[in-house]
Ligand binder design. Structure first.
Ligand SMILES: Cc1ncc(COP(=O)(O)O)c(C=O)c1O
Length: 382
């Protein structure tokens, strides 16, 4: 099996802890354990947690808390993984065989693009399109109908989407399921940004719309707890059980301490606190980014993200996006994600989930560098 490099993660893994300003992150400023467990009465349960191999598909209590977020699901629908990335990994590994077609919404977190290809699948890209007048990214369902064939094993979507922050509507999700249902195609919906909406309205889920719908998610983005490395799969019990047996070959089990802290994070009160915190950050920080973008007329075109602490920005400077990212890193110690990592030059993804003063200072450095780059001709602007 040949794995192509996962360009964005490789770049982040290499540099994110070396730069002064990391604007490549898609989540919000993470919490400390103390912030998560503000009441000292709750500390003993954590300190007394024995560092065993915990229940390898997640403790029953954690799976029950996760299942409660998906109407009609029970503990047998849930498989707990090490991060959303392991959830995506085992689902794709389980489902994709050589010769299968996989329809992938793009732009997207490119993990499943690389995995589907590594497992012998043929990836057919289904592009979200920017509708600038409506200020939203549009899902072309007629195109999806054309792309899905009897050989399509899996449709992969990401909603709210990384990198655009766009969310699919209930009607769009229903239609995706209807199209998938024509050939018994599975639908994998990565919903790890669900709960991080700027307008506070929870994004619709694929869950409950189709018998072959699978959700992957976790605590890394909307909950602000990426260091816990807790993700999950919610799907039909047979599928959840099958992915559990694949998990035996990857990491066996989640960390016992992480499972424990995840149970604490998902009590209803703390869950509301965590999501409220994230929504406050994205609501308060986006104007900082938007004012910065608007302060440079003719330089950028963007559609405001509906959810997630990321904005996918088209720029009109005469420079390739990877070159721009490399120069920002080496000359200004700022890390951003180049559109090249999503197969789209002339875009950058800017993370705005950090503290406002950090964001302002990082953006000021980006502006310093851009001031030295020529703006492309007006014809290049769309
Ligand atoms: C859409 C999406 N899914 C999954 C992940 C990975 O999540 P985790 O850090 O929980 O493994 C990311 C990380 O950026 C992501 O953007």
């Amino acid at each position: 099996m040949k794995l192509e490099p996962f360009a964005m993660e490789r770049m982040q893994s290499t540099y994110e802890n070396e730069v002064e300003f990391n604007l490549s992150e898609s989540g919000v400023h993470p919490l400390t354990v103390r912030e998560l467990l503000a009441d000292p009465h709750d500390w003993d349960a954590v300190l007394d947690q024995r560092l065993v191999y915990t229940q390898s598909n997640g403790t029953r209590e954690l799976r029950a808390r996760i299942a409660a977020l998906y109407p009609g699901a029970g503990v047998d629908h849930v498989e707990v993984t090490n991060g959303g990335s392991e959830a995506n990994f085992v689902v794709t590994w389980k489902l994709v065989e050589p010769g299968d077609e996989v329809v992938l919404m793009v732009p997207n977190y490119m993990q499943t693009w690389g995995l589907a290809r590594a497992f012998g699948g043929a990836v057919r890209e289904w592009a979200l399109k920017p509708a600038h007048a409506a200020r939203r990214w549009v899902a072309d369902l007629d195109e999806l109908t054309r792309l899905v064939t009897p050989k399509t094993r899996l449709i992969i979507i990401c909603t709210p989407n990384n990198p655009t922050g766009a969310r699919l509507t209930e009607a769009e999700l229903d239609e995706i399921c209807r199209i998938a249902g024509r050939h018994g195609t599975w639908v994998l919906s990565d919903e790890i940004y669900r709960g991080a909406e700027r307008d506070g309205r929870e994004s619709p889920s694929i869950w409950g719309r189709y018998e072959r719908a699978i959700v992957t998610s976790g605590l890394s983005k909307a909950y602000g707890l990426p260091g816990l490395r807790i993700g999950w799969i919610v799907g039909p019990p047979d599928l959840a059980a099958a992915t559990w047996s694949y998990h035996d070959y990857t990491t066996i089990a989640p960390g016992a301490l992480s499972d424990r802290l995840a149970r604490e994070a998902l009590t209803e009160e703390r869950r509301q606190m965590l999501l409220g915190r994230t929504r406050t950050i994205v609501r308060d920080n986006f104007p900082v980014l938007e004012q910065w973008l608007a302060g440079q007329p003719g330089a950028f075109t963007w559609i405001p993200p509906e959810a997630g602490a990321i904005c996918y920005v088209q720029y009109h400077y005469d420079i390739n996006s990877l070159e721009l990212a490399n120069r920002l890193r080496t000359e200004k110690s700022v890390l951003i994600v180049p559109g090249d990592h999503f197969g789209m030059d002339r875009y950058i993804r800017l993370g705005y989930g950090e503290r406002p003063e950090y964001l302002r200072d990082g953006l000021a450095r980006v502006a310093e560098l851009l001031a030295t780059v020529p703006i492309a001709g007006a014809a290049a602007r769309t």
